[in-house]
Structures are given as structure tokens and as C-alpha cells.
Design a protein around this ligand. Sequence first.
Ligand code: CP
Length: 312
Amino acid sequence: MKNFTSIDDIDNIESWIQEAREIKANPLKNKKLGKHKTLGLLFFNSSLRTRLSTQKAALNLGMHAIVMNVSGDAWGIEFGDGTIMNGNTAEHIKEAAAVVSQYCDVIAVRAFPTLIDKEKDESEQVLKSFVKYASIPIVNMESATGHPLQGFTDAITITENSPKKRPKVVLSWAPHVKSLPHAVGNSFVQAMQKMDVEFVITNPEGYNLNPEITKKTPIYHNQKEALKDADFVYTKNWSSYDDYGKILNTDPNWMITKEKIGNAKFMHCLPVRRNVVVEDAVLDSENSLVIQQANNRTFAAQLVLKKILENL
Ligand code: CP
């Protein structure tokens, strides 16, 4: 595998899950594979889990990991082609990506959307510019429209905890005080579409995700109806896709409660706002998988890096 930028880069999700679980059982098995190789992690946005779990994955493979908070510490990077750079950007991605490629063997990038300019966000300008101008493999650590390391992690976690061969999985929108990206929701949908699960989405009117991603996945605007007989309830806020980036609804009745989900397993990518997105009683219950999900981020990233290293 050259780059990992999307859930579509997973050719066979069942075998990837199996491989990731084998890594989890023996994380240091390939501790020499990345010897003398360097992973550069470039963050245009904040992170706790992605930053630490991806570094941990690299260390487990014997790689070095170097991290940069691009937005705070680097020169402002220009992504436009042919731009007259007389504004705030001091360095073009053409030079920046080529230079970082000399210091590293793999680059991992996190760059969130504007949530203002839909066309620009959907062009994935930052991620695709790194793919275009770097001479080494690129890993997506959450881009404008996708978070494939999280989506793959969630598929692993569902497999580990499934009470039956074909569980019912519900992705439920939840209220939030801020306008949030669609990336986690998109990649979760794409991962579930590759799995042998009964998968439905529930969100208020005006909050349907990109129809090119949801495709034929059933969407309910009645949360109670969607949650019926659920084995897994994955909750996440996203801003409106149609009225791009806007908050149209903050109805607290969409918050996930213990009463609503019964004995279903609860999932969230974290960070999560307690008692806004989900009540304490759910997060503090034994049915919450959020800490296990965060742990699995390491093994998802480790498999991705392993596949890239084997192809260098
Ligand atoms: N779930 C996730 O990507 O967490 P961070 O934003 O903390 O990396």
C-alpha cells in the first residue's frame, strides 16, 4: 500500500480486522520492520488520541516519530497554485512537502475542514497536496471529509464485542455546542458499509450526511425507531451538510441516555462532551466501549504503517 487516505484503501476489511487483532495480541512482533525509518506527524489541528496512538504504533514497529504542530510552529503554508504570495503564507506546499519528504519515510497529516467553503473542503486540498507533492507515502490522520484510522478502529471494536454474527449498528447524531466536521461520521458509514452488519443512521431533518457517502444506508429521522433492537449505538455530532457547516438543531432530546439504548454497547470516537452528547450514566457504564476504541487506535495505525513499510 502506498498511501492510506480513505476507508476505500482497505481492500478486505475482514482480513484487515483479523490482522489488527493479531497485532493487538502481539504488538512488538514486527518491532524491527521500521528500524531506521521515520514517521513525520504533521498537525494542523488539535489531537490527543491520534497524536499519541499513531506515535505509539510507530514505536511498536521500531520507527522514529517526529511531530510538528504545523499551524502554531511552522511557516504558514500556501496551497493555491500560482498564488502571488504577498499575504500571510510564507512557504508553498510544493517546497514544504518535498523538504519533509527528505527527513521522513512516511508523513501523517491532520487537517480539518473550514466548514465554510464546502467545495474547498470536498476538494481535500491539504491532504491531496501532500499526496501530490511529497515523494513518500501519506497517512490521513483526519482530513476535511474523512477519518479512516478512526473508522477502521471502530470496525475492529465492533468485531471484538459483537454478540452475534450480524449485529445491528446505529449511528446516531447528537447535539453539540460547536459546528463539527463530518469526517468521523463519513468514515464510520463507509466502514460499516463494508461490514456484515445491519446498519442504520438516525439524525434530525437537515442533518443528512453527504448522500454520495450514505448511499442506500437507511436514514431515520425518528431516533427511537432507529435505536430499536440495536446492539451498538455509535453517537457523533456533525454540522449540517446541506446548509453547510451550520448548527440547525441543539435539541437535547437527541442526547444518548441509558434509557434509550438499554443493553446496547455505546461507542464514540472521543473527545465527548458529557451530558450534552451522552449522559454520564452511559459513559460510566460497562456497556461503554469508548476507552477500548481509543486503545484500538494504536493497532489500526500499526497495521496501516506495517502495510506501508512492507511496500517501501
Ligand atoms: N478520535 C480522535 O481522533 O481523537 P483526537 O482528536 O484526540 O485525535
